[in-house]
Design a protein around this ligand. Structure first.
Ligand code: ATP
Ligand code: RIB
Length: 303
């Protein structure tokens, strides 16, 4: 069965400088290499889901500039439906200047641009497509009222929802309540819950329904599944890290596709870990999203 995924989210042109170490405030350092590539959490998740074999529709907003061409190029190359993407004539495409150091860690500035002008009407236009999906995935990199509306629409239509609450932002509980799966990293969990340390306890403060699940991503430690009464850590695969940008995006795409295909939750998280682990072995965000064969090959290996 082909997974049908709708992603409501951002596109950014990633302007990436690779360097030995991060500059301190006021300091200038030399970079080793520079790349411009397709990014944005929403688009990265759409690309990763398409490479995992899903039928993907992207709902988003870009500008009418040269960076929008970068978006169209990757969506068309990956077979992603863009019927519900609008081109804003007043505001530029989102951009993200990114620094990546020699350990693979990153620092990112996101200038949302057109992403912040995604509207409820853009979601309404895609209502039938959402109704036909298995899973709707969204993040916090577009207008937050629209994120809320997209989740409400999916829930009304009985569609499974994943909210990747990234980048870190405080959001109303009413938005969290609409997510069947919440996928914060450690920082995002701390921002949402106001507490640190015990991830399961912090995650449980966000859950208001017995059928809701938080999946806290823990970098090289894998991910922790937390529901109101259970908690399980799913370790990940040991890999050589080149660039962690987009790891969370590959994880969310893997989770969405695996759930849509009917995998049990722990297996779905292990599949998501495999997709994300492979993504950190390659540079870039969308460019590092792995293809299905590679993920299946890793997934079938013992940890
Ligand atoms: P990013 O912002 O870099 O995209 P994130 O901070 O949102 O990532 P992380 O928890 O760091 O999220 O990573 C997401 C997932 O990526 C992890 O749950 C894990 O599956 C995978 N991952 C991240 N780092 C590593 C690593 N060093 N080795 C293997 N897998 C990793
Ligand atoms: O998750 C990685 C993404 O975050 C980058 O592609 C960048 O555009 C920012 O949105």
């Amino acid at each position: 069965m082909t997974a049908k995924i709708v992603v409501v989210g951002s596109f950014n042109a990633d302007l990436v400088a690779y360097l030995e170490r991060m500059p301190r405030p006021g300091e200038t350092v030399h970079g080793d290499r520079f790349a411009t590539s397709a990014g944005g959490k929403g688009s990265n998740q759409a690309v990763a889901a398409a490479r995992l074999g899903a039928e993907v529709t992207f709902i988003g907003r870009v500008g009418s500039d040269v960076f929008a061409e970068l978006a169209y190029e990757i969506w068309d190359a990956e077979g992603i439906n863009r019927d519900f993407v609008s081109a804003d004539v007043e505001v530029a495409t989102g951009v993200a200047p990114i620094l990546v150091d020699s350990s693979g860690e990153n620092m990112i500035v996101v200038v949302l641009g057109a992403n912040s002008r995604l509207r409820a009407s853009d979601i309404d236009a895609a209502r039938e497509r959402i109704a036909a999906a298995d899973v709707l995935v969204t993040q916090l990199e577009v207008n937050l009222d629209t994120v809320q509306y997209a989740l409400e629409t999916a829930k009304q239509l009985g569609i499974t929802t994943i909210l990747n609450p990234a980048p870190a932002a405080a959001v109303p509980q009413s938005m969290l309540d609409l997510a069947d799966y919440l996928t914060p990293n450690e920082t995002e969990l701390e921002t949402l819950s106001g507490s640190s340390g015990d991830f399961a306890a912090a995650a449980r403060t966000l859950l208001t329904r017995a059928d809701q699940t938080a999946i806290v991503t823990l970098g090289a430690q894998g991910a922790q599944i937390v529901s109101t009464d259970e908690c399980e850590t799913i370790p990940t695969y040991a890999v050589d890290v080149v660039d962690t940008t987009g790891a969370g995006d590959a994880f969310n795409a893997g989770l969405a596709v695996a759930l849509a295909e009917g995998k049990a939750l722990a297996e779905a998280v292990r599949f998501a870990n495999a997709a994300a682990a492979l993504s950190v072995t390659q540079p870039g965000a969308a460019p590092s999203a792995p293809h299905r064969e590679a993920v299946d090959a890793l997934f079938t290996q013992n940890l």
